[in-house]
Design a protein around this ligand. Structure first.
Ligand code: ADP
Ligand code: ADP
Length: 232
């Protein structure tokens, strides 16, 4: 589903050169919830940007649903991007748009017909439990509600992969639990594969099947979560 083979990512050049990813190999299976943990600067964001196709690795291979990303033309790449949804720590909602407008955005960019957009957005808002908030603006919502809007927007193009970038780090424990429950429901209902980066070990324990520990651009450990938290 998500396969990375010997990915290297280098920023800058000469003496300023930083090797952010040093031969990363990773295989996230369909329907799996896979966590990546690591300190600041370990390479987590670089890794996620290679998967969401915003960043080109210096070398190595990225396969998404069996498709070799580097081999795609720009138009094919845009198609492929729709199959990858993303949610963020700070939600990244447009403050000038309503909840409806935010969730509709990916569909409007995809030039879907208005009736289809309305139907889909209302389906999504019902799924995340915010059907009564369609006309509200982000500033009128709690953090947990904003992240639910973020999740609805991420699901608008029916992605097969959801990338979560510290998606619960700005939320209190109770809200975190409810967002994690929603992510579990997404996996159960849609069979979506979830890759998340987080520094919160309780999140890993609660939701991930496997976890990779990233340190200085390398995966130094990969474990099933069961093994990680069981006593030796
Ligand atoms: P993390 O998300 O784990 O904090 P990053 O992937 O952001 O790690 O960063 C990994 C390394 O790459 C760090 O040393 C960081 O300073 C460097 N880096 C990240 N982005 C850039 C960039 N755009 N230009 C130069 N160096 C970068
Ligand atoms: P904009 O700033 O572009 O008008 P909005 O967030 O107001 O963005 O709405 C975007 C689109 O969604 C518009 O076509 C609007 O008519 C429609 N829309 C907005 N809110 C709702 C709602 N609660 N129910 C149905 N359609 C809505």
């Amino acid at each position: 589903m998500i396969v990375l083979e010997n990915i290297r990512k280098i920023y800058g050049s000469g003496t300023e050169q930083v090797e952010a990813l040093k031969s990363i190999t990773l295989n996230v299976k369909k329907g799996e919830i896979y966590g990546v943990v690591g300190f600041s600067g370990a390479g987590k964001s670089s890794l996620i940007r290679c998967v969401n196709l915003l960043e080109k690795p210096a070398s190595g291979k990225v396969l998404i649903n069996g498709v070799d990303i580097q081999a795609l033309k720009p138009s094919e790449l845009r198609q492929q991007r729709k199959k990858i949804g993303m949610i963020f720590q700070q939600f990244n909602l447009l403050s000038s748009k309503t909840v409806f407008g935010n969730v509709a955005m990916p569909l409007m960019l995809d030039r879907r017909p208005g009736e289809e957009i309305k139907k889909k957005v209302h389906e999504l808002l019902t799924f995340v439990g915010l059907e009564d908030k369609a006309g509200h603006y982000p500033e009128q919502l709690s953090g947990g509600q904003k992240q639910r809007v973020g999740i609805a927007r991420a699901l608008a193009t029916n992605p097969s992969i959801l990338l979560c970038d510290e998606a619960t780090s700005a939320l209190d424990p109770e809200t975190t639990s409810s967002v994690l429950a929603l992510l579990k429901k997404i996996r159960a209902d849609y069979g979506i594969t979830i890759l998340m980066i987080t520094h919160e070990m309780n999140v890993i324990r609660d939701i991930c099947d496997r976890v990779a520990v990233l340190d200085d651009g390398r995966i130094v450990e990969e474990e099933s979560v069961l093994n990680l938290f069981s006593n030796p």
